[in-house]
Ligand binder design. Structure first.
Ligand SMILES: [Fe+2]
Length: 347
C-alpha cells in the first residue's frame, strides 16, 4: 500500500514538473529565465476534483452570446491586433505571423513595426503585455469569431505624425517610438487607453453571459496595462523627453487633448496632470489614471474610436493607424456611407 502511494506521488510530481516546463504552443517565445520548478501557486492550480463552490454562478439569462454581441466585440479585434503587433515587434522583433501563425487570418502584415531599444526595466513588461494580447485575440475569436487583421501602420513616421498633430507643429527630430524606453512608453500611451474606452462603451451593448465575461476580462487587463504605462510615465512626469524641451507630462496632456479633439465628444481623456477641477473629486491635479467626475473610466463608441485611430476625426475617412480602414461590419459600414460634399475617399 505504501509503495503504491509513493508511486502515485512520484507520478503526480513528474506530471507536475512536465506541465511546468511545457513549451507554449504556436511558436511563442519561452522565457529562459523562468525557474524550472513550479511555484506554489501553479502547484495549487493543478489540484483536481475542485469543489462545486469553484464553479461560476449560473447566469440569469442562459444565453452565451447574442447575435448582436458579435459585431461590437469583433470590432475590438482592430485594437487588439494593433496592440499585439506593436508590443510583439517592440519587445521581440517579431509579430503575430511569427509568434502565432494563422492568428491574423490572412490579414496584411503591419507596416513599419520593429524592435524597440528597451531597457531592462521596460522590456519584461512589454514582453508580458505582448503575449497577453495574443491571448486576447484568441479569446475574442473563440467567443464571437474573428475578423482578419487590417493593414496597421506602426511606422515611426506614423507615430511622428501623431505627435506632430498633438503639438500642432513638427517635432525636430521627428518622434521615434522605437528609439528608447521612454519614447516607447509614450507611444504606448497612444493606443491601449482607447481599448479601455472601447470596452466600457461596448459593455451596455452586449447581453450574452459569455460575451460579458469576455469583455469584463479584457477590460480588466487593458486597464491594468494602461495603468502600468501611466504609472511608469508618472514617475518621470517632470523629466524632459530628449532631445525636446518638453516634459513627459506635457506629452501626455497633448496626446489626450488630440484624442479629445478627434473623438469630438468633449473630455474623455486626460493626461498625467490636469486642472484641479478634472482631478479626483475636483481636488487634486495629479492624474495617474484618466477617469470622469465619479472616477469611472470614460466610454467611447466605435465611431469616436475610429475618428481618433484614423487621425482624421472622421470614422468615414481612413488614415493614421489604419490606412485602408479598420475591419469588421461596424468599421466597414462607416466606409460604405456616402461622403459629404467636397470629400473624396482619398482625402
Ligand atoms: Fe488587449
Amino acid at each position: 500500500m505504501a509503495s503504491y502511494a509513493s508511486a502515485s506521488f512520484l507520478l503526480l510530481l513528474l506530471l507536475q514538473l512536465w506541465s511546468c516546463s511545457e513549451a507554449l504552443p504556436g511558436g511563442h517565445p519561452v522565457d529562459p529565465t523562468c525557474p524550472p520548478e513550479c511555484s506554489s501557486v501553479v502547484a495549487m492550480s493543478s489540484n483536481h476534483g475542485k469543489p462545486p463552490s469553484c464553479q461560476p454562478q449560473a447566469p440569469h439569462i442562459p444565453v452565451a452570446v447574442f447575435p448582436y454581441d458579435v459585431d461590437p466585440v469583433q470590432f475590438a479585434l482592430n485594437l487588439e491586433y494593433n496592440e499585439a503587433e506593436f508590443f510583439l515587434h517592440g519587445a521581440y522583433g517579431q509579430g503575430l505571423d511569427q509568434i502565432a501563425p494563422g492568428m491574423a487570418m490572412g490579414g496584411p502584415p503591419p507596416v513599419g513595426a520593429r524592435k524597440a531599444n528597451l531597457d531592462e526595466k521596460t522590456l519584461p513588461v512589454i514582453k508580458e503585455f505582448a503575449l497577453q494580447e495574443v491571448g486576447h485575440i484568441r479569446a475574442i475569436k473563440r467567443t464571437v469569431g474573428g475578423i482578419p487583421r487590417p493593414r496597421i501602420d506602426l511606422s515611426a513616421d506614423n507615430f511622428a505624425r501623431v505627435m506632430d498633430q498633438a503639438f500642432g507643429y513638427r517635432l525636430n527630430p521627428p518622434f521615434d517610438p522605437y528609439a528608447n524606453s521612454l519614447n516607447f512608453l509614450l507611444a504606448c500611451y497612444v493606443i491601449p487607453y482607447l481599448g479601455i474606452n472601447g470596452y466600457v462603451g461596448t459593455n451596455p451593448m452586449i447581453d450574452g453571459y459569455k460575451t460579458k465575461e469576455l469583455v469584463a476580462g479584457l477590460l480588466g487587463v487593458e486597464a491594468g496595462q494602461d495603468a502600468v504605462f501611466r504609472a511608469l510615465l508618472f514617475e518621470r512626469r517632470g523629466e524632459a523627453v530628449p532631445p525636446y524641451n518638453i516634459t513627459v507630462a506635457e506629452f501626455t496632456d497633448r496626446v489626450s487633448a488630440l484624442r479629445n479633439r478627434l473623438g469630438r465628444c468633449g473630455v474623455k481623456d486626460e493626461g498625467l496632470t490636469v486642472p484641479r477641477e478634472l482631478g479626483a473629486e475636483g481636488a487634486i491635479c495629479t492624474n495617474v489614471l484618466s477617469a470622469d467626475r465619479d472616477s469611472l473610466s470614460y466610454a467611447r463608441t466605435p465611431a469616436q474610436l475610429l475618428g481618433i485611430l484614423y487621425l482624421t476625426g472622421d470614422e468615414r475617412k481612413p488614415g493614421g493607424f489604419y490606412p485602408e480602414g479598420a475591419n469588421g461590419k461596424i468599421a466597414r459600414s462607416f466606409l460604405g456611407k456616402p461622403l459629404g460634399a467636397n470629400e473624396s475617399p482619398t482625402n
